[in-house]
Design a protein around this ligand. Structure first.
Ligand SMILES: C[S@@+](CC[C@H](N)C(=O)[O-])C[C@H]1O[C@@H](n2cnc3c(N)ncnc32)[C@H](O)[C@@H]1O
Length: 336
């Protein structure tokens, strides 16, 4: 029985220093642009992962509840894609694995043979998942990878000669813009084999008030989640952000389909970041972009599948049809 966490690339324990350097470099680049931004992957340190879990419990935040409902009501169908021989069940960005637990438990009870391979940039999230799964499912073959999605994909290539079922849940795909999601999925296709399965959670375009409420919750947890980015810079890069000088703002672009999140400087200020050795100027009401969350039409999903080499097998929905888990098959008809 193997249950281990491999640490890949930039977050290998021996390379934590270079991970911090990458964080510093990304912050320097993002805050030096005329349109300031901080990449959304930096949301997920231990504090950010905890805050995200709190978001999923908010009454306004429908995506998690809808996806859990979708997985539960279609679980037998999903199990049908697992096949009869031992497979790799790979997951990109599982967080604490709350949703995967539903699938894993069902698959184990059905006696399906698989190795679970969660891939997440957040060591703390993955470590947490590892501890809990180890306790609940001692028989589960589990090998976690601390890596970003793109490095994780590269690792898949030569490791096993097995069928792969890949989970990409939670509307994580929505953090990529349209071009980057196409690049990511085509890259994924490239590293998979004919007949492999990918299950992707897409949040659908819907009533704008519902969308806005989900990201502007009344308890301010989403605001805290975003402000944690500045606190993380304070903690890890000797930043001197006074977070009371920033406010969170989320809006929706009906054309692009993106909920856009910002931290806005409420006054003129200079902020020193010690590890970068630089001070950054903010004008009053100047924004820092912190996250995109793209919403999809069903036609967008179909063309994304076609344009990246997949066959869309079926779309699985919650009762309200707010969310979809789209099941795709890798199509490589000329593969030997
Ligand atoms: C929004 S949470 C979703 C968690 C879970 N899939 C769910 O549906 O609740 C996103 C997770 O993906 C991870 N993540 C975000 N960007 C990533 C990247 N580029 N590479 C690897 N993991 C990433 C984060 O660390 C976090 O645990």
């Amino acid at each position: 029985m193997t249950q281990s966490i491999l640490k890949l690339d930039s977050v290998d324990v021996s390379a934590l220093e270079s991970y911090r350097e990458k964080f510093a470099l990304d912050v320097l680049t993002g805050l030096s642009e005329p349109r300031k931004s901080i990449p959304s992957i930096y949301h997920y340190d231990a504090e950010g992962s905890k805050l995200f879990n709190k978001i999923t419990e908010l009454p306004e935040y429908y995506p998690t509840r809808c996806e859990i409902e979708t997985l539960k009501r279609n679980i037998a169908q999903i199990a049908g894609y697992m096949g009869s021989e031992t497979i790799n069940l790979i997951e990109f960005g599982p967080g604490d694995g709350g949703k995967t637990r539903i699938l894993v438990e069902y698959f184990l009870n059905k006696g399906l043979e698989f190795q679970y391979i969660p891939i997440d940039i957040s060591y703390s999230a993955l470590d947490d998942l590892h501890q809990r799964f180890k306790k609940s499912y001692p028989k589960l073959e589990l090998k976690g990878l601390v890596a970003d999605y793109f490095s994780g994909i590269k690792w898949l290539n030569n490791e096993y000669d097995r069928k792969n079922v890949v989970l990409f849940l939670g509307s994580n795909i929505g953090n990529f813009n349209r071009a980057k999601s196409k690049l990511f999925l085509h890259n994924l296709w490239n590293h998979l084999n004919d007949g492999d399965i990918v299950i992707i959670g897409f949040d659908l375009k819907k009533d704008i008030d519902l969308l806005l409420r989900a990201y502007n919750d009344s308890r301010g947890v989403t605001a805290d989640f975003n402000l944690n980015l500045l606190q993380r810079i304070n903690r890890e890069l000797a930043g001197e952000f006074d977070i009371s000088n920033f406010r969170f703002f989320a809006t929706y672009d009906v054309f692009s389909g993106a909920v856009e999140s910002y931290l806005v400087s409420i006054q003129k200020q200079e902020v020193i970041i010690g590890e970068i050795g630089k001070s950054f100027h903010f004008d009053p009401w100047e924004p820092i972009h912190t996250e995109y969350s793209y919403k999809y039409l069903e036609s967008d999903i179909l063309s994304l599948a076609k344009n990246t080499g997949f066959i869309l097998k079926e779309n699985l929905y919650d009762e309200k049809r707010y969310f979809v888990n789209s099941v795709w098959e890798v199509n490589k008809p000329h593969a030997s």
